[in-house]
Design a binder for this molecule. Structure first.
Ligand code: FAD
Length: 288
């Protein structure tokens, strides 16, 4: 199906994008187009105006900061996956981006588009919540920074207000004694996460001194698993501790698990712990 007619503007700066958003209520930003254009072709999204931010240079690139990295919103998944600096300082972000979709999706899709679209099966949101990343947004009211665990508010729903755009994502550099990993059961066609698990662990004197564990693909947004985190605290992160903790994953997922023709609610609930354990094992290996 063809998309409904729309007007197209190509912004050349953040200021121009903001001004176009302010003067065209109901307009949609277009970044890589890999989520928006399919929705438009299905006529599930029918914006009158598209504002293309895909060539705004100031929204692109990865810059080292005092404690980590600032990733511009229009940076593609492929550029993130290829970043030597990220691979050295926060490898889980680069590795996760490198597992999104296929080369065509990674060459066009952007981190800002993935966050704003907030698909529950997207890979980067859960990883960013596990890392405690922050998201910079800009609108007519100015600039604000949103903690990633407050950004995702429901199925394809975020904390972005009307007229706001994501400008960048800040992730920290992992230090000695820290490890972070992401495990997913990828849908065989799209590679979206049917089940995703991200873990960020801190080890001090041989035991777990900090854990952030997040599930994706299972409910409407990335979900922190406090029972798993609590069970890990103070353990030596050996196989027995990881298995015991990961078995608690289902306790934190509540009663609203997603289910579809490919993976039922019961299947996702039963298998979630397996992927949590895989992420924990790799994060523990890095942290030790
Ligand atoms: P667009 O499609 O351009 O925009 C998506 C939405 O975000 C729109 O509503 C748009 O207005 C808004 N938006 C875009 N940029 C901004 C911004 N800076 N500020 C505010 N709003 C903004 N994702 C995964 O995580 N894992 C996968 O395995 C995966 N597989 C895929 C397979 C296929 C075949 C396809 C088509 C997509 C897949 N994706 C997957 C999604 C992919 O990562 C998309 O690129 C991403 O979800 C959206 O990024 P985009 O830049 O294409 O955004």
């Amino acid at each position: 199906m063809y998309a409904s007619p729309f007007r197209y503007h190509r912004a050349s700066s953040i200021a121009e994008a903001r001004q176009l958003l302010a003067t065209n209520p109901g307009a949609k930003l277009l970044a890589g187009g890999h989520s928006l254009l399919p929705l438009m072709k299905l006529r599930l999204a029918n914006p009158d105006v598209l504002i293309d931010i895909g060539s705004v240079a100031e929204l692109k690139g990865i810059t080292p900061t005092s404690d980590g990295f600032r990733i511009g919103a229009a940076t593609t998944h492929a550029a993130i996956a290829a970043s030597a600096e990220l691979r050295a300082g926060c490898a889980v972000v680069a590795a996760t981006a490198g597992r999104i979709g296929d080369p065509a999706v990674r060459n066009r899709g952007t981190i800002g588009g993935s966050l704003a679209h907030a698909d529950p099966g997207a890979d980067l949101p859960g990883v960013l919540v596990a890392l405690g990343a922050t998201i910079e947004v800009m609108g007519t009211g100015g600039t604000r920074t949103i903690p990633s665990n407050e950004f995702f508010q429901g199925l394809m729903t975020t904390a972005l207000a009307d007229g706001e755009l994501v400008t960048a994502v800040n992730v920290r550099r992992l230090g000695k004694g820290e490890g972070a990993a992401y495990a997913k059961f990828a849908h065989p066609a799209s590679r979206y996460a049917v089940i995703g698990a991200a873990a960020c662990l801190t080890v001090e004197k041989g035991t777990c001194a900090g854990a952030r564990v997040v599930a994706s693909g299972l409910v409407d947004r990335p979900t922190i698993l406090p029972s798993v985190e609590k069970a890990l605290g103070g353990t030596r992160l050996d196989e027995a501790a990881i298995t015991a903790a990961s078995e608690r994953a289902a306790e934190d997922l509540g009663g609203d698990l997603l289910g579809d023709i490919f993976a039922s609610v019961e299947y996702r609930r039963a298998v979630a712990g397996t992927y949590v354990a895989r992420a924990l094992r790799e994060a523990a290996r890095q942290a030790s």
